[in-house]
Design a protein around this ligand. Sequence first.
Ligand code: G3P
Ligand code: CA
Length: 267
Amino acid sequence: MRTLPLLLVLLMADSTPAAQPLIVAHRGASHDAPENTLAAFKLAWEQGADAIEGDFYLTKDGKIICTHDKDMKRLAGSDAVVAKSTFDDLRKLDVGSWKDAKFAAQRMPSLKEVMATVPAGKQIFIEIKCGPEIVPVLNEELQASSLQPEQTVIIAFSAQVIAACKKAMPNRKAHWLTSYKQDKETKAWSPSLESILRTLKDTKADGLDTNAHAIIDAPFVKVLRAAKLEFHCWTVDDPAVARRFIELGADSITTNRPAWLREKIKS
Ligand code: G3P
Ligand code: CA
């Protein structure tokens, strides 16, 4: 057998198309429907998303409800603080009209209701917005759900929450979320790659779910992969950024516009 010249082998390897990452609908199809509502999650499935992402809190009476902010000012013009309100009181709020009058019937869904929309073979990224007090209830609800363990992925900015989830539910995937800040004087970005790796190791996270920032480059991803960690990113509504993260080998791309973005990045 003749040996191919090394350069030719490298060129052939380079022409292999990058694997397509999962397209995750950020707060549902939230460009077109009010974020974190059943309307947005159902629309995400209609738009062909591979997964949905939603934000969750534990209410004062120990139930899990889906919304992004700590309070309901932005979405419902109410002073209600989510963690200090009961589930039933929060359910009275209209969280659809701010987007369009046709969504006036939308209410904050429970985790159970959101999980019930997930079709076979698709996934839900459950972002925990409160502290680890949610973990026992979350564990119970995940166990009671008909979803397979591989269909649920937990994400959180709180390292404490990720560590508590992995301790209580070692078989469920959990990824730590981070964004980045630059020091005005030193120009250094934080957290550093070293500190990210330490957090992922300490929390026993399965991977990183990173803000799709320009500082993420191939050497950064190589280090993650060498540590056998997953690599996910958010929130990408720009096809050029999506292409860059596909090239970097992202496992998933979270977007507000699942159908639109998939069409734009079709190769
Ligand atoms: O998917 C992660 C992303 O949703 C984190 O940011 O503020 O939209 O919850 P945020
Ligand atoms: Ca989120």
